[in-house]
Design a protein. Structure first.
Length: 456
């Protein structure tokens, strides 16, 4: 059974029990756009307790708001099918700017009128293939328009996250935001702080992985949502990109071009790193007669990316990948001249494909050659995993058996062996031990030079 078939079955069961039941919201919108819905929601006049009596397996995900998750057959690979069934409702006061304090169960029309945008306020009867549209959502979809239902300031006062959702929907479906809706967002954007950063980060992720991400980020700025959430981005505005006096635009425009050049389907960390890759340039800005300089901007940007990642409460894995990409976004430009050991360490990193994608987009946005990217891709085809990351020739246990005490010297010696191994100058444990002995002799010789005996 498919998810769609299960969603039809849920409607049939509710209808058989004498209840009104319709598909609602996003699945209806996606169908009208010719897209396969990612999930299905059902709206009904059945009360939550009636829904739970009708279906064997349910979860009360939001019973106080009339929402029950109905579970279906388990899939061969993955969790069971599920459909959220929500009772038609009318929301009462939103005192926290996020959720209604209470709801009252109502009719389909009233349920549609309390939703966020017209494109999300439609119902569909899958048994008769009939669209039920109380809010003009179909007309707005045809006009490629995102419009708040009813009074826009009221909709955004109820739930401030809807401001971010507006940009995400406009980005994902390539819609224009209706002027009154956009003006309401612009006026209320400073209030976005009442929303949890986790929810904002989720919406930001949806914007950045969409194909229209560059337009989405520009739209976030147009409606005033960049300043309260990512003020560091504004430091890129009016910062010249290219030689002094050249008509190459500013760093903000360059960043939007890089985002666009990532193409379809980048990961969230890659897209976010592309957004932040040059964020440190304002703080590293220098000037010579012929050019601007930004020495160390990648390291400054890495620290800023870390601060932003912590502020948005991104997962450790996401944050660390973003930081690494920002920090290394220039390193491969010198790949042909780079020491083999250093290059192999970079190419062996799990994030290398994303780093190459960022390098390519950055180079193309700047009108520079992508030869370094092609060269690295060629090496990745030629070198095996063992070539890039061979088993170590020596470990700390080997050094301990030589009588060395654990400490900073261990790392120094093991790093030297690893670099020589990756460079190909040593290939076996015997050569590694000879290198260790030579390094130790050199250290003793340096120590004797710095501390000559008194009788000399």
């Amino acid at each position: 059974m498919t998810e769609r078939e299960f969603a039809i079955d849920v409607v049939k069961r509710l209808r058989a029990a004498g209840h009104e039941a319709l598909w609602a919201g996003g699945c209806v919108r996606d169908q009208l756009l010719g897209l396969e819905p990612t999930d299905y929601d059902v709206a009904t006049d059945a009360a939550p307790e009636q829904v739970r009596r009708l279906f064997r397996h349910t979860v009360a995900v939001g019973a106080s708001f009339g929402v029950i998750e109905v579970l279906g057959p388990r899939q061969p690979k993955g969790p069971p099918l599920s459909v959220e069934v929500a009772t038609f409702r009318k929301d009462l006061v939103y005192s926290d700017g996020r959720r209604p304090d209470a709801v009252v169960f109502s009719s389909a029309r009233e349920d549609a009128l309390r939703r966020d945008f017209t494109i999300n306020g439609m119902f569909f009867d899958p048994l008769t293939d009939q669209l039920i549209d109380y809010v003009g959502g179909q007309d707005d979809l045809r006009a490629r328009l995102l419009r708040a239902i009813g009074d826009a300031p009221t909709r955004f006062s109820e739930d401030k996250l809807r401001m971010f959702r507006a940009v995400r929907f406009a980005t994902r479906f390539d819609l224009r935001i209706e002027p009154a809706t956009q003006q309401a967002i612009l006026a209320m954007a400073p209030q976005i702080g009442v929303v949890s950063v986790e929810r904002i980060a989720k919406e930001l992720q949806g914007i950045l992985i969409a194909r229209g991400r560059a337009r989405g980020v520009a739209l976030l700025d147009e409606v005033g949502l960049v300043k309260p959430i990512l003020p560091e981005l504004l430091e890129m505005k009016d910062l010249p990109y290219g030689p002094p006096g050249a008509a190459t635009g500013d760093l903000w425009q360059h960043t939007l071009i890089v985002l666009d050049l990532l193409g379809p389907g980048p990961s969230f960390p890659l897209a976010f790193a592309a957004l932040l890759h040059d964020v440190g340039k304002r703080r590293a800005l220098g000037r010579t007669p012929n050019r601007y300089t930004f020495h160390g901007h990648e390291h400054i940007g890495c620290r800023m990316a870390s601060e932003i990642g912590h502020r948005l409460k991104l997962s450790n894995a996401e944050r660390e990948r973003i930081e690494w990409l920002v920090d290394k976004h220039q390193q491969l430009c010198d790949a042909r001249r780079m020491r083999t050991s250093k290059l192999k360490k970079l190419l062996a990193n799990p994030g290398i494909e994303e780093l190459l994608a960022l390098h390519r987009a950055d180079a193309e946005a700047s009108g520079r050659s992508t030869d370094h990217v092609t060269y690295c891709e060629q090496l990745l085809r030629e070198w095996s995993e063992v070539d890039l990351n061979p088993p170590p020739l020596l470990t700390g246990h080997d050094l301990a058996r030589m009588g060395l005490e654990p400490g900073p010297l261990f790392k120094e010696l093991l790093d030297a062996v690893r670099e020589a191994q990756l460079d190909g100058t040593i290939t076996g444990p015997k050569q590694a031990m000879e290198l260790i002995e030579r390094l130790l002799r050199e250290r003793r010789g340096m120590a004797n030079d710095e501390n000559p005996s008194k009788d000399q």
